[in-house]
Design a protein around this ligand. Structure first.
Ligand SMILES: O=C(O)CCC(=O)C(=O)O
Ligand SMILES: [Fe+2]
Length: 187
C-alpha cells in the first residue's frame, strides 16, 4: 500500500513538473491506516448520512469500500453528488487539504460524505492516508506553482496546528486563505 501511495504522490508531482521536489516531499510524509465501521438503524427506511460531508485534511486518502457502496463526492459547483461506486480490486483516491494547499489549488480536495441506503445496514471501509510528518509539518506551496496568474491561495501553515482547530474554522480557506486583491482599472 505504501508503494501505491508513493506512486500516486509521484504521479501528481510529475504532472505538475515538480520532480525535483519528489525526494524531500516523500521524506516528509507519514502513512496511516484507519478501519471504519458504519451502522444504519434498521428501523430507518430512508437513506441516512453515516459520515457527514467534509474535506479530508490529508495529502491523499485511499478508500477501500469492500464492495459496499456509500461514498459520494460532490461536484465542484456543489449541485450534485457522484456515487463512487465500488469496483472489485480497485480503490478510490481522494486528495485532501494538505495537497490542495501545497499545490496552490492545482489539486482540489473534494467534499465527500458517506450515505447508507436501503438495504445496507452495516458497512466497513479501510482508509490509507498520507499526512505531513510531525517533525516537518509546514505546508508551503513550492514557488514554481505561484506566479501572477496563480497567486498564493493559502498562507504557509503548520498542518497539525490546523488539524487541532479545523472544526472551529470549518475550512482551510477560513484558517489561512490568502487575500486575493483584485484591482479594477477604471477609465
Ligand atoms: O468510508 C468511506 O468510504 C470514506 C471515509 C472518509 O471519507 C473518511 O474517513 O474521511
Ligand atoms: Fe473523508
Amino acid at each position: 500500500m505504501e508503494e501505491l501511495i508513493q506512486m500516486i504522490h509521484r504521479m501528481i508531482l510529475e504532472s505538475l513538473g515538480l520532480e525535483n521536489h519528489y525526494d524531500s516531499h516523500t521524506k516528509s510524509l507519514v502513512n496511516s491506516m484507519r478501519f471504519l465501521k458504519y451502522y444504519k438503524d434498521s428501523s430507518d427506511n430512508e437513506s441516512s448520512i453515516a459520515l457527514s460531508s467534509h474535506q479530508d485534511s490529508t495529502f491523499i486518502s485511499i478508500v477501500c469500500q469492500h464492495n459496499v457502496e456509500g461514498l459520494e463526492v460532490q461536484t465542484l459547483d456543489g449541485d450534485e453528488w457522484i456515487h463512487a461506486t465500488p469496483i472489485a480490486n480497485s480503490f478510490t483516491v481522494l486528495a485532501g487539504e494538505a495537497f490542495m494547499a501545497w499545490t496552490n489549488g492545482r489539486i482540489r480536495a473534494p467534499i465527500h460524505q458517506v450515505k447508507l441506503t436501503e438495504p445496507i445496514e452495516k458497512r466497513y471501509a479501510v482508509v490509507f492516508s498520507t499526512t505531513p510528518s510531525f517533525a516537518n509539518d509546514m505546508i508551503n506551496a513550492p514557488e514554481e506553482l505561484v506566479d501572477a496568474q496563480n497567486p498564493l491561495l493559502f498562507k504557509p501553515f503548520k498542518y497539525y496546528d490546523y488539524v487541532n482547530v479545523k472544526e472551529d474554522y470549518g475550512s482551510l480557506k477560513a484558517y489561512c486563505g490568502a487575500l486575493v486583491t483584485i484591482s479594477l482599472l477604471l477609465p
